[in-house]
Design a protein around this ligand. Sequence first.
Ligand SMILES: Nc1ncnc2c1ncn2[C@@H]1O[C@H](COP(=O)(O)OP(=O)(O)OP(=O)(O)O)[C@@H](O)[C@H]1O
Ligand SMILES: O=P(O)(O)O[C@H]1[C@H](O)[C@H](O)[C@H](OP(=O)(O)O)[C@@H](OP(=O)(O)O)[C@@H]1O
Ligand SMILES: [Mg+2]
Length: 360
Amino acid sequence: MPGSRKRLGYWLSQKKCKKLSFSDIEDALRERDIEPVKIDLEEPIDKQGPFNGILHKLTDFIAKAENGDDEGQKVLQYFESYIQDNPSVLVMDSIACLRTLINRYKTYCIINKCQLLNEETAVFIPPFVELQTNVYETNVHLLRLSKVNFPAVCKPVIAHGSSAHQMTLIFNESGLKDAIYPCVVQTFVNHNAVLYKLFALGRKYTTVLRPSIKNFNNCEDLASIRFDGGEISKPNSSSRLAVQDEREVNGHLHESPCPKILNRIVQAINESIGLGLFGVDVIVEASTGRIAIVDVNAFPGYEGVTDFPGRLADFVREELDKSSHETSVITRENGICNGTNDCRNLTNFRKTDTEKTSMA
Ligand SMILES: Nc1ncnc2c1ncn2[C@@H]1O[C@H](COP(=O)(O)OP(=O)(O)OP(=O)(O)O)[C@@H](O)[C@H]1O
Ligand SMILES: O=P(O)(O)O[C@H]1[C@H](O)[C@H](O)[C@H](OP(=O)(O)O)[C@@H](OP(=O)(O)O)[C@@H]1O
Ligand SMILES: [Mg+2]
């Protein structure tokens, strides 16, 4: 029933709980009549329920499972079989959506199909290509075919996990020997070293300004540069790569992107990938003012979002209420279930891969 007391299972790493001050989130949830229960992944989940919803960040396990790791596969298997047996439990976010998101190439491809990306909105994804192995001639050919220009950023295909942020800036074709494979190579866009993080909860979001990589002009002869993609745009980044030389500034320095367009970007990603808790990293192309989407992150840090615990708790409450409303509508319309276990899933979080693709 919408408005009634709910039980929310959650699993976040200890590090993530600490970073988010999860005890504040627990208080905010309780204020909204939601009882948070930490899930022990080593015990059967059904014995820890019943749950109306589950909030989690299992991306590291998903990334490990993709790499064939036993622990990752086991955790996911248990989790997914629990969800299969309890389809009325709302999962924030669904494992299927996160599987897409941890692969940078798949994520870029899905967003690229959104109607939002056009000349009128001036939103784009910088040209990119997936390179599987270090075969120089093939890679040069693929790069040219995909219209990826130099400088370019080489990013690991898998976007989460320990080695997901090791990136290489390359300035010419011979730099391809320095990339770590498999990777996605993407044209580097000069943006005056400013990045905008859009921290989203469903369709609502907050914009936070961050440091970013400086401009590069006339740099065809530079040697490749390795960097940690996860560190450059942190609030207190101390990277020399993020220090903009005033002489290299192009166009207008701090032209903020139009909030209406940012709003549409968040909506498009919420719908096309089916995510509820996510961050979008955008930059403004210095020479044109166009907005480039360069990264989408699952359940990011939300650092800089005012009253994040309250906003997250409001979001969870709304989603749980929506979910129980949808469940009771199916019950009335089909007479197929009793409102507990038999209902089909309706929300974005639980769309199947086929449904998601057709929405893109
Ligand atoms: N196409 C691009 N053009 C210019 N700069 C870029 C581009 N792509 C990424 N960057 C820069 O590289 C940094 C890391 O890129 P990206 O966000 O894709 O990596 P990440 O490791 O997934 O980071 P995180 O997950 O912490 O957001 C960005 O913060 C931005 O400064
Ligand atoms: O500055 P933000 O909040 O974007 O930093 C995020 C980062 O973008 C990634 O989402 C990280 O997730 P992983 O790639 O899965 O490691 C987040 O790490 P986490 O430890 O908070 O989950 C960063 O906060
Ligand atoms: Mg990322």
